[in-house]
Design a protein around this ligand. Structure first.
Ligand code: EPS
Length: 375
């Protein structure tokens, strides 16, 4: 699977191409649009989400509701483009009054203009924006729909925001399913309330908040990934992809950081066998991956997101033209996007699983893959 994303945050539209999807899989546009809508939710998001109503428009690779085996291309319109046409036009006649010259600490702004020799930070922020994640959600949702035929599914929930953490980490998938009905995707009621208050307080003082979410992938067969090839280790590939989500600064497999402080005998999941289940474990400290391969348990990944760098309470910066000390630029921002990021995390993780699933059971069509998987 190869995914190419394109598009500027306030440009005409976002575009994606997915290559490597086998033929004859049914694509359900409604469920892709539902995932796009889930990404837009969450208490703490900014006014931009009132403007956008993300919908996928497929351009190629699907006929009569089924995949053709050819690259799937699609677009998601930026409704906000209407308000930005005079600034984001491609023909060189853009108005100058939304030029950005005060880089935000923590954003791509300063390193971006230095790297590309720009004198307008807008050239950087338009592409570094997390708006790009809409494309990755659409692509991941297409693959999620396909993997459902093989009983693989993905869920997520928020376990901490702004220092308020759930008291009890659960592995119960049925409880985690309830995350979608929480405004911050947190399934522990008392923590949800504390988080809502924290976001409200942060907004009042122009602050932003980060947090931690957990992605659970269920139904993954044994042996995706590799212990033979360093670059196909499943945990390594997941960490790489999840770290590529805007704002994600830490990725952990299972209870990796807690395991680091435990004894070996308290860290490893003991192995049992019975004739109906085959091999099984009673614990999942490893997060479903041993030796770079899926072990048949649920895959559990935790991601840490930093607080969004666009702050109403401006930080110290330097104007890139005058070199004078100034406060960093601000147009508008989200106070917290951790709930949205958890949905992005699901879709990015399932993309990696799909890639390794097709590598192991691969074929040109659903029929070929199904035979191998059933065998
Ligand atoms: C973002 C800034 C905000 C966010 C945006 C990411 O956009 P704007 O500058 O238009 O207010 O809303 O996220 C999205 C548009 C999205 O769809 O997630 C940034 O600077 O990264």
């Amino acid at each position: 699977i190869r995914i190419l994303t394109a598009g500027e945050s306030h440009g005409k539209s976002l575009v994606g191409i997915i290559e490597g999807v086998p033929a004859n899989f049914t694509i359900d546009l409604d469920s892709i649009n539902k995932d796009l809508a889930r990404r837009q939710l969450g208490y703490g998001r900014g006014p931009r989400m009132d403007i956008e109503k993300d919908k996928i428009e497929i351009l190629s690779g699907i006929r009569g509701g089924k995949t053709l085996g050819s690259p799937i291309s699609f677009l998601i319109q930026n409704k906000d483009y209407e308000n930005w046409q005079e600034y984001m036009s491609i023909d060189g006649n853009n108005k100058e009054d939304r030029r950005v010259t005060r880089p935000r600490p923590g954003h791509a702004d300063l390193s971006g203009i230095q790297k590309y020799s720009f004198d307008d930070i807008r050239n950087v922020l338009e592409r570094s924006s997390a708006r790009e994640t809409a494309v990755r959600v659409a692509a991941g949702s297409i693959l999620k729909g396909i993997l459902k035929d093989f009983n693989i599914n993905v869920l997520s929930h928020v376990i901490a925001i702004g220092g308020a953490s759930v008291s009890d980490g659960t592995q119960d998938i049925n409880l985690i399913k309830a995350a979608d009905s929480s405004p911050v995707r947190c399934i522990e009621k008392s923590t949800e309330e504390t988080i809502l208050q924290k976001i409200q307080d942060a907004k009042l003082v122009g602050e932003s908040l980060g947090g931690i979410f957990e992605v659970h992938i269920v139904g993954v067969p044994v042996g995706l990934g590799s212990y033979v090839h360093w670059d196909r280790k499943l945990d390594a590939k997941l960490a790489y992809s999840l770290m590529s989500i805007q704002g994600i600064k830490g990725v952990e497999m299972g209870e990796a950081f807690e395991n680091a402080n435990r004894l070996g005998s308290q860290t490893h999941d003991e192995i049992y066998y019975n004739s109906s289940e085959g091999y099984y474990r009673k614990t999942n400290y490893a997060g479903g991956i041993e030796g770079g391969m899926s072990n048949g348990q649920n895959i559990v990944i935790r991601c840490a997101m930093k607080p969004i760098p666009t702050l109403y309470k401006s930080l110290q910066s330097v104007d890139i033209i005058t070199k004078e000390a100034v406060s960093a630029s601000i147009e508008r921002s989200d106070t917290c996007a951790v709930p949205a990021a958890s949905v992005v995390g699901e879709m990015v993780a399932i993309t990696v699983i799909a890639e390794e699933f097709f590598r192991k059971y691969g074929g040109d069509s659903k029929e070929e893959i199904m035979k191998r998987w059933q065998a």
